[in-house]
Ligand binder design. Structure first.
Ligand code: NAD
Length: 315
C-alpha cells in the first residue's frame, strides 16, 4: 500500500510519514518548502525519512506539480500541505492562504476525483469553530471561523465534503486542536515560549493568560490519523483533541518546572483572529475510530523541550 503525504516536510507531515513507514507502508512525500519558516528546520524534519528505501520525496508545489503521474499508484492520501498560522492570515498574506489552502486542495481533489483511492484524509483545524458558544465543541455544532486562516480551512474541508457527495471520493476531515511536541512550528506558542526560556528572553503573552486551549500531543495526532485511515467513515468530520484544557498561564508554570527557569512575561493585547477558548468533544473519534489521547501535557512538553534544545544546539 502506498501513501501520499502532502506537506511532508512540515511539523505534522514528517511525523506522519515516519509512522507510516514504520507500519510498512510506502510513502511519497510532497512539499515545496514555503518560506513561512526556515527551510533548514524542514530539512531537519525530513532527515530520517530521506534514507528510507520506501520513501520518495518530491520537492514541488501542489499547485503546479504533475499530479496525474504522482497519483498513479497511490492508495491513501494525507493532505496536510497548507499555509498555517492564524495571526499572519490577515491583509496581503491572505493570497498565500487562498493559494495553499483552497486552490491547492481543489486541484488535488480534481486530480483524484475519478481515481480509485482508499481514502483522502484532510488536516482540518479547530479554528473552523471560531468563537463557539458551545463547549465542548462538537462536530455537529456551529462553525463560524473568526480568522481568515479558519475560513480557508473550512472552505477546504467543505471542498473535501462536496467531492465526497458528488464523486463518491472517500474524504475524511480531521479537526486538529492545537498540536504540540517535537518539531512544532516556530510560530506556535509553545515553541516561542520554550525558546524564550532557553535564551532567557521575555515571553510575549497575548490577552490576560486566562485563555484556554485543548492541546494535542503530536503522537496522538498521528495515532488518530492512522485510525482514520483504517476506520474512518468517508464524508465524516472528526475532532482530534488532547482531552485536556489548560490556561496559557498554567502552561507557563509547567514550562518553568520542566526547564527549571523563571519566565519573564510581557503582556500584549489579544490579537485579532485568536479565539478565547477551545475544547474538543472527542466522543465521536473515540466511538468511531477508537481514538484515545495518551500523552499528558507535562510529558509532552518535556519531549518538546528536549527536541528544542537539540534544534538550537544547546543540548
Ligand atoms: P507546517 O507549516 O509545519 O507544514 C505544512 C507544510 O506544507 C510546509 O512544510 C509547507 O512547505 C507545505 N506546503 C504549503 N503549501 C504547499 C504547497 N502548495 N505545495 C506543497 N507543499 C506546501 O504546518 P503543520 O503545523 O505541520 O500543519 C500541517 C497541517 O495541519 C496544516 O494543514 C494545518 O492547517 C493543519 N493543522 C495544524 C495544527 C497545528 O496545531 N499544527 C492545528 C490544526 C490544523
Amino acid at each position: 500500500m502506498k501513501c501520499l503525504v502532502t506537506g511532508c516536510a512540515g511539523f505534522i507531515g514528517s511525523h506522519l510519514a515516519e509512522k507510516l513507514l514504520a507500519e510498512g507502508y510506502q510513502v511519497v512525500g510532497l512539499d515545496c518548502f514555503t518560506d513561512f519558516y526556515p527551510r533548514w528546520i524542514k530539512q531537519k524534519n525530513l532527515s530520517s525519512l530521506l534514507h528510507h528505501c520506501h520513501f520518495q520525496f518530491i520537492e514541488d508545489d501542489l499547485n503546479q506539480v504533475n499530479l496525474k503521474k504522482i497519483l498513479e499508484d497511490i492508495d491513501f492520501i494525507f493532505h496536510l500541505a497548507a499555509q498555517a498560522g492564524v495571526r499572519t492570515s490577515w491583509g496581503k498574506n491572505f493570497k498565500d492562504y487562498l493559494r495553499n489552502n483552497i486552490q491547492a486542495t481543489q486541484r488535488l481533489l480534481e486530480a483524484v476525483k475519478n481515481k480509485k483511492i482508499e481514502k483522502l484524509i484532510f488536516a482540518s483545524s479547530s479554528s473552523v469553530y471560531g468563537l463557539s458558544p458551545f463547549f465542548p465543541m462538537r462536530e455537529t455544532g456551529p462553525v463560524q471561523p473568526i480568522s481568515p486562516y479558519g475560513v480557508t480551512k473550512l472552505a477546504a474541508e467543505q471542498l473535501c465534503f462536496l467531492y465526497f457527495k458528488n464523486y463518491g471520493l472517500p474524504t475524511i476531515s480531521l479537526r486538529f486542536f492545537t498540536v504540540y511536541g517535537p518539531r512544532q512550528r516556530p510560530d506556535m506558542a509553545f515553541h516561542k515560549f520554550l525558546l524564550a526560556l532557553l535564551k532567557d528572553e521575555p515571553i510575549t503573552l497575548y490577552g490576560d493568560g486566562h485563555q484556554t486551549r485543548d492541546f494535542t500531543f503530536i503522537d496522538d495526532i498521528i495515532e488518530a490519523s492512522l485510525l482514520a485511515m483504517k476506520r474512518g467513515k468517508p464524508g465524516e468530520v472528526y475532532n482530534i483533541g488532547g482531552g485536556h484544557q489548560k490556561e496559557l498561564a498554567e502552561v507557563i508554570e509547567i514550562m518553568e518546572r520542566i526547564t527549571n527557569r523563571k519566565a519573564r512575561i510581557t503582556w500584549v493585547e489579544t490579537q485579532k483572529g485568536d479565539v478565547l477558548h477551545t475544547l474538543a468533544s472527542i466522543e465521536k473519534a473515540q466511538h468511531e475510530l477508537g481514538y484515545q489521547p495518551k500523552t499528558n501535557l507535562e510529558n509532552g512538553l518535556r519531549q518538546q523541550w528536549v527536541w528544542l534544545k537539540e534544534l538550537y544546539g544547546q543540548n
